[in-house]
Ligand binder design. Structure first.
Ligand SMILES: [Mg+2]
Length: 419
């Protein structure tokens, strides 16, 4: 079960974006010295950076589907990528190549001489996802990893994302459950795979009594190497100690220097998952640049894959390749396809959903899958079917695969019945 917005996931997104935007103000040394010393707000507006842009994509994709679909999220990252938002050079190049038709999995795995990126970019965007899993923090481990490997395949980067997502889930739980900084971080470490990030969290637990953030950051790191290991333990140390006090947590996240927008985005996302939006100073929210229009999704807009009731929809028994029609779907048509056909609106004829870039078309009354159609983005915009499989098992479909029938079914999926 996940929560529906506006709720903790949205709270975490707002907290993340404010931390990101405020932290990004301190890269000018004079600003840093003057305002950090006095803890006064730098003048607004505060533009948000890549952390917020990607977090909005994670939040929107998960809210619309109630699950993580890596095909949808990959192309959301690539299409919304704004070069001027402070992405690292590797992310800029990779997202541009995906937009131009590159294979995201290959590109992500190739980064950094084939080790994959161990940067903090997967951890920085994931707190809103974690906040949706407060009922069962262990259940966010897999979806958090799925959001990470789209761009960051190195285990340290994936573990960093897992730790932040789990922390956000426990931060929501701490609204109603007694937790100390120690039990909070210990619970996060418990669900983080063993490795360098886990070791950093263990060190952070040991340092909880340390009063000086600069001393803690000297041991844990402050993101100056922009790696997950160098970023996540300190960001979560700040969040654990100040879970009920958003401004104090974010000031401490920034105080250590380093990758200040990302450390503050992680700390702010986790703490706001606990405090809610009203824990964030109103003038900070007002100073932060507005979020993009598309960051306000309709919950449940995209039909999820039917993992919870596989009994009705039955996968193909005997698939055979079938030619696909030469069509390009504009964005609204692709959105219609993602919404899926429901049996009632097609007089029981069809039921459809998308999963990982494949459109599955089932007969409404039997649940038999008749077509599955792989979809790919078109360079410059739009989507197209690139290959299809047809059911040819005689118990399920009489006759040979009919490209005309496929074209009609696809038209219905993309247009609905119309007015
Ligand atoms: Mg940034």
């Amino acid at each position: 079960m996940t929560t529906t917005p506006p709720g903790p996931a949205f709270d975490a997104l707002i907290g993340l974006s404010v931390g990101d935007a405020l932290g990004a103000q301190f890269f000018v040394p004079a600003t840093a010295r003057a305002h950090l010393a006095s803890r006064t707000d730098p003048p607004g507006p505060w533009p948000w950076t890549d952390d917020t842009e990607m977090a909005c994509s994670v939040y929107t994709a998960h809210t619309e589907r109630g699950a993580i679909d890596t095909f949808d999220l990959t192309h959301a990252f690539a299409r919304r990528h704004d070069f001027d938002r402070g992405y690292g050079p590797a992310a800029n190049r990779m997202l541009r190549l995906v937009r131009e038709g590159g294979d995201a999995r290959v590109l992500a795995a190739e980064l950094f001489d084939g080790q994959g990126s161990y940067g903090n970019g997967a951890a920085m965007r994931v707190a809103p996802l974690g906040a949706a899993y407060a009922e069962d923090p262990a259940a966010v481990v897999r979806p958090a990893a799925d959001t990470a490997v789209i761009t960051h395949t190195h285990p340290q980067a994936v573990d960093g994302a897992i730790a932040v997502a789990v922390a956000a889930a426990y931060a929501v739980r701490a609204r109603t459950e007694a937790m100390t900084p120690n039990t909070f971080l210990a619970a996060v470490a418990e669900l983080t795979p063993r490795g360098a990030v886990h070791d950093g969290l263990t060190e952070a637990i040991r340092l909880l009594a340390e009063p000086d953030p600069l001393v803690a950051a000297r041991v844990l790191g402050n993101g100056s190497r922009t790696s997950a290991v160098d970023t996540v333990p300190y960001a979560l140390w700040c969040a654990a100690r100040r879970l009920t006090d958003y401004p104090a947590a974010v000031w401490e996240a920034i105080a250590a220097g380093g990758d200040m927008d990302t450390v503050a985005a992680i700390t702010g996302g986790v703490v706001a998952a606990h405090t809610g939006v009203h824990g964030i100073p109103a003038d900070w929210v007002a100073a932060r640049e507005l979020l993009p229009d598309w960051a306000y999704p309709v919950p449940g807009r995209v039909r999820p894959a039917p993992v919870d009731r596989p009994g009705h929809l039955k996968p193909m028994l005997l698939p055979r390749p079938c030619p696909v029609p030469d069509v390009v779907w504009a964005e609204p048509q692709w959105r219609r396809i993602q919404e899926g056909l429901r049996p009632l609106e097609t007089e029981q004829r069809w039921e459809s959903y998308t999963a990982e870039g494949v459109l599955h078309l089932h007969r409404g009354w039997t649940g038999f899958e008749i077509w599955s159609v792989r979809v790919a983005p078109v360079r410059g915009g739009g989507w197209r079917p690139v290959s299809a499989l047809a059911e040819v098992h005689p118990d399920r479909y009489k006759g040979a695969p009919d490209p005309q029938a496929l074209a009609r079914a696809l038209r219905l999926a993309a247009e609905g019945y119309g007015p």
